[in-house]
Design a protein around this ligand. Structure first.
Ligand code: PLP
Length: 346
């Protein structure tokens, strides 16, 4: 049964994006499926990606990795980006997860837990997780991955990209035979010397970015649609929604749509928000409320039960994100648990 608000996920498009990224980079693609595959459903996405040949995945948290291990079985390699900290060691061991260690305390914690296969992260300029190149550990038993992460991978002209790449190339010489991974989605499009041995794209698999706009080779994967609950006349001088967020200068038709900020339709859309309805991109009127938003459908044939698209094939996710002053990553991960996911190509 179609739900008032629905996130449709096209697994065939996900598979195409996976193979596109393999072709663009020429190296194995190790999908990043953290945050429930950016909100699209880690189990469904990872299973399809495994069927397409993926054998290594990245998550952010040990708990995400444990859930994925249960879903995927023993075969794939699962790396946990935030490493071995707090109570994680037991969970990492129990679920056969590989932490990406990022500081001396984590090296110690992992060794004390018995050690085993793991990665390390080198910080080449992002100043987030990872060892500074000069503090990078010596090669050790069990080390299966050395990685770093770009600060500006979505800006191809940013000179810092090459500086980070060269720093990484200098450090990895210490770890002969260990898999080297550098590029996220943006990095996949920076050229062959950014690919190293394996790439770690997230958002491009799911149809977003890089560069705040999908590359033309990347297909949309996710569509957030919602049902029209009511179509009403708005008279000149009347306002729409909370706080008189929109005031009609002339008579209008407005559709009230079953998607609000409790579904993940960011309240920050404000006056630049728009949806695809009856074959056109039409502006949202006034404030987004918790359960509904309102669209200008003046002059359109729109009836109760019709569906509008908040983002998807007709309303590109990066355009929708820009309207809210944000990026596709946040739009995807903002879709809440109230919204059922429906899969095409499962
Ligand atoms: C999230 C993340 C990725 C994936 O980034 P995208 O820009 O979505 O491709 C890769 N590597 C690390 C370390 C990450 O945190």
């Amino acid at each position: 049964m179609p739900s008032p608000a629905l996130l449709s996920v096209d697994l065939n498009a996900l598979a195409r994006n996976f193979h596109t990224l393999e072709a663009v980079t020429g190296v194995p693609v190790h999908p990043v499926v953290k945050a429930d595959a950016y909100g699209l459903g880690a189990e469904a996405c990872a299973k399809r990606l495994m069927a397409e040949g993926a054998r290594t995945f990245f998550v952010a948290r040990a708990g995400e990795g444990a859930a994925l291990r249960t879903a995927l079985g023993p075969e794939p390699v699962l790396y946990v980006l935030d490493g071995c900290h707090g109570e994680a060691a037991g969970l990492l061991k129990a679920a056969d997860l590989r932490p990406v260690l990022n500081q001396p305390a984590q090296m110690k914690a992992w060794a004390e837990a018995g050690g085993g296969a793991c990665g390390i992260q080198i910080d080449t300029g992002l100043n987030r997780l990872g060892f500074r190149p000069e503090d990078a550990p010596e090669a050790f038993d069990g080390l299966s991955l050395v990685m770093s992460h770009l600060a500006c991978g979505d800006e191809p002209d940013q000179p810092m990209n090459r500086r980070q790449r060269d720093r990484f190339a200098g450090v990895v010489e210490r770890y002969p035979g260990v898999t080297r991974s550098f590029a996220n989605s943006g990095g996949c499009f920076l050229g062959p010397d950014f690919a190293f041995d394996a790439v770690r794209p997230g958002v491009c698999l799911y149809g977003g970015g890089p560069e705040g706009r999908p590359d033309e080779r990347i297909a949309p994967v996710a569509a957030l649609t919602a049902e029209v609950l009511l179509v009403r006349d708005v008279r000149a001088g009347e306002s729409v929604g909370y706080s008189r967020g929109f005031v009609a200068e002339r008579p209008m038709r407005a559709a009230v749509v079953a998607a609000g900020y409790a579904d993940g339709v960011l309240r920050a859309y404000g006056p630049r928000g728009a949806v695809w309805v009856a074959g056109e991109t039409r502006p949202l009127l006034g404030r987004i409320s918790m359960d509904v938003c309102t669209v200008d459908v003046t002059g359109l044939e729109v009836a109760v039960g019709d569906r509008v698209e908040l983002f998807g094939a007709h309303r590109p996710i990066d355009a929708a994100a820009a309207a809210a002053g944000t990026i596709s990553y946040e739009l995807l991960t903002a879709v809440t648990v109230r919204v059922p996911r429906a899969y095409v190509g499962q």
